[in-house]
Design a protein around this ligand. Sequence first.
Ligand SMILES: Cc1ncc(COP(=O)(O)O)c(C=O)c1O
Length: 937
Amino acid sequence: MSTSEVNLPGTSKAGAAASTVSLSTNAGSLSDYYSASQLRNDRWTRLKSLAAQLVGSSYAHVDKAQLLGEIDELLGSLEPIEAYWAFPGRRGLAELHELLKRDDHHDFTRVLTRMVRALQSGAYRRRLGEFVADADHEMEEEHDLAESQEDRAHARPFFEVLIVDELSQGQQDAQCNALREQRQGDDPFVYEPVIVGTFEDALICILFNHSVQSVVVRHDFGFASTNRMEIMQRYLRRVGNEDLAAMDPENYGPELCRLIRKIRPELDVFMVTDRSVEDIAGRDLGCARVFYNQNDFTELHLNILRGVDARYNTPFFNALKAYSKQPTGVFHAMPISRGKSLIRSNWIRDMADFYGMNIFMAETSATSGGLDSLLEPIGPIKVAQELAARAFGAKQTFFATNGTSTCNKIVVQAVVRPGDIVLVDRDCHKSHHYGMVLAGANVVYLDSYPISKYSMYGAVPLREIKHQLLKLKAAGKLHRVRMLLLTNCTFDGIIYNVERVMEECLAIKPDLVFLWDEAWFAFARFSPTYRQRTAMSTAETLRERFKDRGYAERYARHAAEIADYSDEQLLETRLLPNPKQARVRAYATQSTHKTLTSLRQGSMIHVHDQDFRGEVEQAFHEAYMTHTSTSPNYQIIASLDVGRRQVELEGFEFVQKQVEAAMSMRKAIDSHPLLRKYFQVLSVGDLIPPQHRLSGMEAYWDIEAGWNDNWQAFANDEFALDASRLTLAVGNAGYDGDTFKNEVLMNKHGIQINKTSRNTVLFMTNIGTTRSSVAYLIEVLVKVAQDLDSQIEDASGMEKKAMQRRIKSLVEDYPPLPDFSRFHDHFRPGIEHRTTEGDIRSAFFMAYDEDNCEYFPLEDGSMEAALDAGRELVSTAFIIPYPPGFPILVPGQVISKEILHFMRALDVKEIHGYRPELGLRVFTEESLAGAPTQPAL
Ligand SMILES: Cc1ncc(COP(=O)(O)O)c(C=O)c1O
């Protein structure tokens, strides 16, 4: 089956019915599209193929008048789209119209073909300066085709500058030319201006045109866009809930600056105002520069270039490149440095051939001098970390070369003291559990809501967190509660409402520290929709909120209202923190290497903690020293620096394209009759129960309603679903997740994934995912479905029955997911039963003594018999079945029948911490009868 039959939007031949624009073409109907970028791309492609029919000899039979009508209509439909782009832009369209009017079909087709090719290959970015400056708008066709990787690498980076000003066409041309005239041959970058005349068009433009890097906001422009295309209006809905139309026109400029800062904080905004500069400067709009009523294009040009250069700068990568070119004699312990041990070898030279020499030229260590030290940075690493803090909205950022596993342990050790109570989601990554052991925390495990049907957990409901905090408060232990640790987003893509969690928890415990494990969420900063659910952005929002007078008044009313509330009522109330007491203390750990550009193990810790300097800094330093190698890999650090440059310049574009690819995939699977027979993409409604979804959002796309806007769900719901991940239920195809992953996807089709559950597989898109890779995956699924169809057709009656039984077992007979049972009393000395914390560290180390432990076989029923006889069986270790990959038992946890049942039903080959030849390791009765492991607290 070819990709075009797969019904991806834009590659679809079906469903081209007209909506807003009555296109009778194959470019797809507007409602097919999630993204205007894909629509734009497909319309140009369609136009190119129609133009080919206009002049091609094999199309003699085609009705030319009808063809011209279609071409004209398509060109018209591109007008409201191209208004936001420099290329082909309005100028390109005008030129094409002109050629058509002259009946110059050959020239029309030639120019159009070149334009489309330049647009789709991105070649226009490399040569647009020359292209537009050229009176004939010529672009060398041969050169276009011959463009090599090297040309691309050495071309000056290109971007677009948005100018917001209400101007006539003549004035627009004059503005653009005035800026173009500023270009110098040695400028590091080339840019082209795009001009829009209204507030709304400016917002659409920065959301649609990802090439925009700088915005010039002038003082005379209107509010409402005349662009009524639904797909463009959708961009406006993504801006949020603000009531903008009621704004005083005087404020259009400042408000636009503020909103741009909120939507795309990485952009440089230059404001040209005729109002008092003091008035504007005092409003903290986040502008890169405010100009007072001037038209100095040289100054503007230099500021634009400087702003982009500040993001392009990679201090550590630059230093490493410079170092690799220096002549040095190596008299320290690193024979691979400068490739010396390879070049002289007769046996391992192929390593140099494979990697190239640069990587070895750049191999060095802090102790050999010349470059900065990760452990005590004072030079380029320090600056690189500061730039990363800017990019990710943190107060401080620290690089790690040993993954987020290390970052988590650093933060836990830095913040948690022995005996502190920490609330932890039980299905978090193992590094946290080990962190708790190392820190000697008393752990309160929080249960996520179960998604039993798919053998998965969701995330921890806020009610459960508040419930635990209120219980600890009632027991007089709130002063010992130190940290709340949650995974955001979860592996499966459930995203917390970070703002709400932090607000309500701070209302109960005003100095609570939050550790948000964003191992899978580094990309989120670069999408306005996702950003609002990140730790750093929320910390910033709350800092601002707590300073606001209006909020203080709101809090005072709220405090009076809830003064006599019972705990049960408090659980039902949206709590507000006291702004005079609340401290904003947030940490985020991110595996940059998982979702952004970095070599493996490149991670970052971001900090926004008001008390960091006063309280944590020293301990943080010690924790960083504890866990960081004294030989950190400089290539990883350089890749983090470059990865940061990338997200500041194209993170917005890449994340947008990633989500678009995932959305196309959703729609392609859900709308394909054959695929729907065997597979189901789990929707928002499947993964998030309705009580956590007040927006009522059920699915990002469904066959009746088409695309549903996710802004409201992201803004308000307790949990949202990361659209860039797709959980595919495969039970109806008769496969369990593991077999489907290994035998079907990997062995037969070379498709790699890393997460499965009993009856699902998880597909993760990333910033490298393309439309073609999505199309390939769909092709593979279609092939699998066709094979299944023919297998069923040829099956005997018995075989059919066996298949039905298998499907039933996978989709109906699922084992209920067990909750965290409890810590054994031995590890809770002096703790009465109202609260649930346990001393995991004592349990962990008690198991070091073999005499304290014995083994029970899992299969022979002896454990159930012991439980029936009234014995408490207590795990000595972390037992982590893979999948799902989180501990089903932790040291000191009481084993329940439900847990045993679940372990057997999981039917997985890999259970970390469990030795099948010996059985499950538990504490002996004698060891648990001994004295408590720590004095009562
Ligand atoms: C939620 C979570 N946190 C932390 C980690 C560890 O990250 P890293 O592989 O960067 O050490 C993982 C790894 O899969 C994870 O899923």
